[in-house]
Design a protein around this ligand. Structure first.
Ligand SMILES: [Zn+2]
Ligand SMILES: [Zn+2]
Length: 191
């Protein structure tokens, strides 16, 4: 049996001369002896702002990717994040679980902290209705939905950070099955 070519490693060969572990290290770090991820790169608000284009109404329009709901989206510290949430946190500190970052400017691409405010899911829904969204039967626009895109994203974030579906369901007063389906993308696949 062929074994790993890494000095003193006796594991079975997997690919490119290495065992699975050393091959994965090689793949992620370009060096089979590097064990850890690179140190996370923390951003400052001005670095985030540098990735936006300011509009005449003061919106900081994100130049990078948008998610399927149209929110500015980035990979940050190893996770997919809505950039307006990151911007809010850089300006004001961590957001309590259960709260959404909402836009006064109704511009989902905008990450200007002075255009953002915190609200709960209910505020978010009222806000959407007030702004004339909340019509067509799709995702949060369907009359029966108990969730909305931002809440789903937020619940998935909490889930990836170790909250259980039961915790999350209790927190939002939702049936556990609704939460479980959303977390596991049985529903809300477009988010
Ligand atoms: Zn090895
Ligand atoms: Zn704005």
């Amino acid at each position: 049996m062929r074994v790993c070519s890494f000095p003193s490693c006796k594991r079975l060969h997997k690919a490119r001369g290495f065992c699975e572990m050393h091959y994965l290290r090689l793949k992620s770090h370009g060096d089979p002896s590097v064990r850890k991820r690179r140190a996370p790169v923390l951003l400052s608000l001005s670095e985030l702002m540098a990735r936006t284009t300011m509009s005449s109404d003061g919106c900081w329009n994100w130049n990078g990717a948008l998610n399927t709901s149209g929110y500015a989206w980035m990979s940050y510290l190893g996770r997919s994040r809505i950039v307006s949430r990151v911007a809010w946190e850089l300006e004001n500190g961590p957001i309590s679980v259960g709260l959404c970052v909402l836009h006064r400017c109704d511009n989902r691409k905008c990450i200007n902290p002075s255009h953002l405010f915190l609200g709960d899911n209910l505020t978010n829904q009222r806000d959407m209705i007030a702004k004339g969204r909340g019509r067509k039967a799709f995702g949060s626009r369907s009359g029966v939905a108990k969730l909305n895109e931002q809440l789903v994203v937020q619940m998935r974030e909490a889930y990836s950070l170790g909250s259980t579906p039961t915790d999350i369901a209790r927190q939002h007063g939702l049936p556990r099955s609704t939460v479980w389906h959303a977390l596991n993308k049985r529903t809300w696949r477009h988010v």
